[in-house]
Design a protein around this ligand. Structure first.
Ligand code: NI
Length: 256
């Protein structure tokens, strides 16, 4: 089946995995019905490569921020340097930012501090945030509840209870290829219960390819498989789901 109007709300096309064939991949992605992509940076350098992509391609938008897996030696100075980039065209979010207690690259106190500083900045700039939460649900929720930013919890891996808490904060939930994995019971439950006006589709490409491409390099065209899977759970057509998620994304990122 082919679809149109696909909005990939979370991608990393500046990743070196795309170095060999980035231009070809992006043109085939566009031909396969992808109409918009938010490319998410992780630090200062990837903020520059993200901006270069959104300047080159009309359908790519930028999210700029310091990811919790950033080297602690440069995290604060990257945060300061990125501040000067939010005035650039097509910057639609602060991201990806958050907490990662799986890798613990930075001390947790520092992760929380940088996360909060970026949320405060996003609110000043009136931009939504794109949140990464790995094995840090309680602290993520505590910080979000205190600041109440606009935004999305990307690659959502929490329980239905956590999803309800996020929805109460008026935030969106991003679902990607993980929902199609055999062991993704929690994500499937979330995909079944989430109000459709709060759902965003994403890839996190080049990672997280949906079944039947699990483990291979992912690109935005593979969202079709994730969308087919969720649409079936919800009893609506895949194109209908894609259209709803597209308008959700445009609303959140203030596009058009
Ligand atoms: Ni990501």
């Amino acid at each position: 089946m082919s679809y149109c109007n696909i909005f990939d709300t979370h991608a990393h096309y500046d990743d070196k995995w795309f170095d060999e064939d980035r231009a070809e991949t992006l043109s085939s992605v566009k031909e396969s019905g992808v109409s918009a992509i938010v490319n998410c940076a992780c630090d200062f350098n990837s903020s520059l490569t993200t901006l270069a992509l959104s300047e080159k391609y009309d359908f790519i938008f930028s999210a700029l921020g310091v990811h919790p897996e950033t080297d602690p030696e440069i995290a604060y100075s990257d945060f300061e340097k990125i501040k000067g980039l939010y005035c650039r065209k097509k910057v639609v979010a602060v991201g990806e930012i958050g907490l990662d207690y799986h890798w613990d690259t930075m001390p947790r106190k520092m992760q929380k501090d940088i996360f909060e500083k970026q949320i405060i900045l996003a609110k000043q700039l009136d931009l939504p945030i794109i949140v990464h939460d790995r094995e840090a649900h309680a602290d993520t929720l505590e910080i979000l509840s205190r600041h109440k930013p606009k935004g999305v919890l990307h690659c959502f891996g929490g329980s239905v209870e956590m999803a309800k808490d996020i929805l109460k904060l008026d935030m969106y939930i991003g679902l990607g290829g993980v929902v199609t994995f055999k062991n993704a019971r929690k994500s499937v439950e979330v995909a079944e219960m989430i109000p459709l006006d709060r759902l965003l589709l994403e890839t996190d490409c080049p990672y997280m390819a949906p079944v039947p491409f699990r483990g291979k390099r992912c690109d935005s065209s593979l969202i079709a498989h994730t969308a087919e899977f969720i649409a079936k759970l919800r009893g609506i057509s895949t194109q209908e789901l894609i259209d709803i998620c597209n308008s959700n994304a445009k609303k959140l990122f203030n596009i058009e």
